[in-house]
Design a protein around this ligand. Structure first.
Ligand SMILES: Nc1nc2c(c(=O)[nH]1)N[C@H]1C(S)=C(S)[C@@H](COP(=O)(O)O)O[C@H]1N2
Ligand SMILES: [Mo]
Length: 519
């Protein structure tokens, strides 16, 4: 029997190296779009964090991107830690009976047991695939990937441990310590080499990650009636977004329907297409923020896919699934609305990857979350069905309230009366969900008096309008001016601050800016 310390340290080192090898396997799988615990653990856990703590956590770590990095980082650290502990226990145990090549036992403990626990714990998120495999196939592929990862762990642990203690197992007691020391160096070096390779893969993934564009805003002087695709605001829950291979991709219509169906991309293009200008806005868009953009979408009305499926009598909602395992629900009635689309083109181009290629949902008048990207399943569901953010506790109201924003001049900007060549241009946007915009007013005295602004671009009823101060703005005297804008929607309702609205149903109120005018 080898000494306790030797069993312990050999196990610890072998376990650590095995965990490194397993983590690198996961990174390689991630490169080909297979879901691994590195990212789906975060997806699995985030539904348990309600929006309040979620936002404050996000604030503490410095934003969504940092939260995502923290998630991956702690998963990797956790895996290395658990691997090292498992290796140590293995070492302590095997030192008593290491002559046993305990393959059945080690496979049971380090492959079967983890795969069963992972399958149970991660079941709801296993159907994730970043190349666009349909959900059931994705679940199988994710499980196979997990088996591979655990197998790499088990084989590396056993081989590493036996490599370290070989001198002893050959029955040679003398010079055991120097031999194990040298072998430890070799194994540790190998571990570092694998970790280095993993670092290279990690950097490659980092470049492909969403950190560079998640949270992109569209506001200020650059705002045009139609947002160019490259500038369209962007929000994603993912660390690396899907890059769907359209040949692997399917669109399923299932759930509470009489006829389930599966469509390929060409089938979608075979339906009569509609083109529709629609503005999207994120539920977390602040009063002055730019998580809002406008595009012309082309696609198939959702009801053309739901009609032939024939929803059954207890059908009440439609749950829309992305290949990234994101989901959200809309009322069946809204799904049947002629303007709710499965869109595959954006401003005349195929959907860009980050905006949901090959197809996304467009649900006019509802917050951005409902516009599910990388759509792969349309599930007709009962009334209690909930999506990703709904489970977190966002809502209960997902209908966009009327909002408006001043895009110019900038907040806290200064003007010299003496240097003004002409009136100051004051302009911005107004958005009334799917109700349109009928009027925009502007105040230069913090809402005491209001002037009519002119709408110089009236979008469709599903889109924003662009407005400006009719004759520009010529301040009469120096001072600090508070500019406020308010819009009236197509139904005649004036934008207001809704004091009783849940803080997780989107902000209401008015965008104000302060402008300094000096002599
Ligand atoms: N599949 C999937 N769809 C998704 C999301 C996501 O993370 N995954 N994010 C949602 C959110 S919160 C918003 S605001 C919009 C943003 O769409 P955009 O990035 O095309 O502007 O997509 C929604 N659809
Ligand atoms: Mo969003």
């Amino acid at each position: 029997m080898m000494s306790r310390t030797k069993g312990l340290s050999a196990g610890l080192l072998a376990g650590l190296v095995a965990a490194v090898a397993m983590t690198v396997t996961m990174l390689l799988l991630a490169c080909v779009g297979i879901a691994t615990p590195l990212v789906i653990i975060g997806d699995r856990l985030s539904v348990f964090i309600s929006p309040g703590p979620f936002l404050s956590l996000m604030g503490k770590v410095g934003g969504y991107n940092h939260l995502k990095q923290l998630g991956v980082g702690s998963t990797i650290a956790g895996q290395l830690f658990v691997g090292a502990i498992a290796g140590t226990i293995f070492g302590l145990f095997v030192r008593r009976n290491f002559r046993l090549r305990a393959t059945v036992a080690t496979i049971s403990i380090f492959v079967l047991l983890p795969i069963i626990s992972a399958a149970i714990a991660l079941w709801p998120v296993l159907g994730t695939n970043y190349r666009g495999l349909p959900i059931d196939a994705a679940r199988l592929v994710t499980l196979i990937g997990l088996v591979l990862c655990f197998f790499v762990f088990e084989r590396t642990l056993v081989a590493g441990f036996h490599f370290l203690i070989r001198a002893r197992s050959e029955g040679e007691d003398r010079e055991f310590s120097p031999a194990i020391g040298r072998r430890a160096l070799v194994l540790g070096g190998l571990g570092l080499l694998i970790a280095g390779g993993g670092g290279a893969v990690l950097r490659k993934l980092y470049r492909a990650a969403t950190f560079s564009y998640d949270g992109t805003q569209y506001k200020g002087g650059i705002v045009q009636p139609i947002t160019p695709n490259e500038s369209f605001y962007c929000v994603t829950k993912n660390i690396v977004d899907p890059r769907v291979n359209v040949n692997l991709w399917h669109l399923e219509v299932t759930g509470l329907v009489q006829n389930s169906a599966t469509y390929r991309f060409q089938d979608l293009q075979g339906f009569t297409a509609v083109e529709q200008e629609t503005t999207l806005m994120c539920i977390s868009n602040g009063l002055d923020a730019g998580l809002i953009s406008n595009a012309v979408w082309k696609g198939v009305p959702l009801h053309d896919l739901l009609d032939p499926a024939v929803p059954v009598s207890n059908a009440a909602r439609v749950r829309l699934w992305g290949v990234d395992n994101y989901s959200d629900t809309i009322p069946l009635e809204k799904a049947m609305d002629a303007t709710t689309l499965v869109a595959y083109e954006m401003n005349g181009a195929p959907l860009p990857h980050r905006h949901g290629y090959p197809a996304r949902v467009v649900v006019p008048g509802y917050f951005g979350e409902k516009h599910v990207k990388w759509l792969t399943r349309i599930e007709v569901a009962p009334a209690e069905a909930k999506g990703f953010y709904e489970t977190q506790g966002w809502g209960p109201d997902f209908i966009v309230p009327t909002r408006s924003r001043i895009d110019g001049p900038d907040h806290e900007s200064s003007f010299f009366l003496s240097k003004l060549a002409g009136p100051i241009e004051v302009k911005g946007i107004a958005f009334g969900g799917d109700r349109g915009i009928s009027r925009v007013e502007l105040s230069f005295d913090d809402g005491k008096t209001w002037d009519e602004a002119s709408i110089y671009y009236a979008g469709s009823d599903l889109a924003w309008s662009l407005w400006k101060a009719s004759n520009g703005w010529t301040p009469k005297q120096p001072g600090d001016y508070t500019l406020v804008v308010r819009a009236t929607d197509g139904e005649g309702d004036v934008q207001e601050w809704e004091s009783d609205r849940s803080p997780f149903s989107g902000a209401t109120g008015f965008h104000k800016i302060v402008v300094h005018v000096t002599a």
